[in-house]
Design a protein around this ligand. Structure first.
Ligand SMILES: C[S@@+](CC[C@H](N)C(=O)[O-])C[C@H]1O[C@@H](n2cnc3c(N)ncnc32)[C@H](O)[C@@H]1O
Length: 227
């Protein structure tokens, strides 16, 4: 049994998961950060709580809180049903069961929903889409993007991936992308071609192991820095 998504789903992870997915240190958390494709994750909410606000970008931020709550509820049934059928693709140490996973993710998305309308007014949630982001060159120190590029390799082609990654490098000094496998934990066919092209552009690319290990083969991120 495989995961199949007709398109990219709004689904969000917790602050602790973000720390581990991107191997974020306390020093990293003080940098100027943007999360691209943050969806209904609770990273932005918790960074505001800590007093070091960040910006999140996602096309779904054009919707209202009520519309997002409805989309999350619809997505929940599908994602959790597919997770039950694909339990063998995960390492069950961080979460002991699909029920615990569902509870942690729903709590993170509830935190996001409660923060969303106020955060949008404050400019912390910006509705925009890769590969065109509304920021000047080198505007951020650290650009994070999780569970979108490489993850949805079945839904977006190589040209999109290249344009998107170049856009992330345009707006930030350092880019971290997690994971580098697709929704079924298979290596993304786009990873090597993207790295080859970026190295030709003069970008420093490294694949690094991170503390987050939930998808069986999904414990590595791609770190990019323009030379
Ligand atoms: C599975 S969610 C991941 C959310 C969060 N980053 C996490 O890891 O929990 C993928 C997100 O990518 C967003 N997305 C889809 N197309 C996008 C695009 N062109 N540019 C930026 N984000 C996009 C979706 O709206 C969705 O919220």
């Amino acid at each position: 049994m495989d995961f199949h998504y007709k398109d990219i789903v709004p689904w969000g992870r917790s602050f602790d998961e973000y720390l581990d997915m991107f191997d974020l240190s306390e020093e990293d958390l003080t940098r100027d950060i943007v999360g691209v494709g943050d969806g209904p994750a609770s990273f932005n909410f918790w960074m505001r709580e800590r007093g070091t606000p960040v910006i999140s970008v996602d096309p779904i931020y054009q919707f209202s809180e009520a519309e997002l709550r409805q989309r999350i509820q619809e997505t929940y049934e599908d994602v959790i049903a597919q997770a039950r059928q694909n339990q063998d693709k995960f390492v069950w140490t961080k979460f002991s069961s699909v029920d615990e996973l569902a509870q942690v993710r729903m709590q993170a998305m509830e935190e996001f929903c409660r923060d969303f309308e106020e955060g949008k007014e404050q400019g912390r949630y910006i509705g925009a889409s890769l590969p065109d982001l509304p920021f000047p060159d080198h505007h951020f120190d650290l650009v994070l993007s999780a569970h979108f590029l490489f993850f949805y390799s079945a839904n977006r082609d190589l040209a999109f991936h290249l344009d998107a990654v170049r856009e992330l490098l345009r707006i930030g000094t350092e880019v971290r992308i997690f994971p580098i496998v697709d929704v079924n934990s298979n290596p993304s066919p786009f990873l090597s071609p993207v790295i080859e092209e970026l190295e030709r552009d003069g970008v420093n690319c490294s694949v690094e192991r991170v503390p987050y290990h939930f998808q069986k083969t999904g414990n590595e991120m791609l770190r990019l820095k323009s030379r």
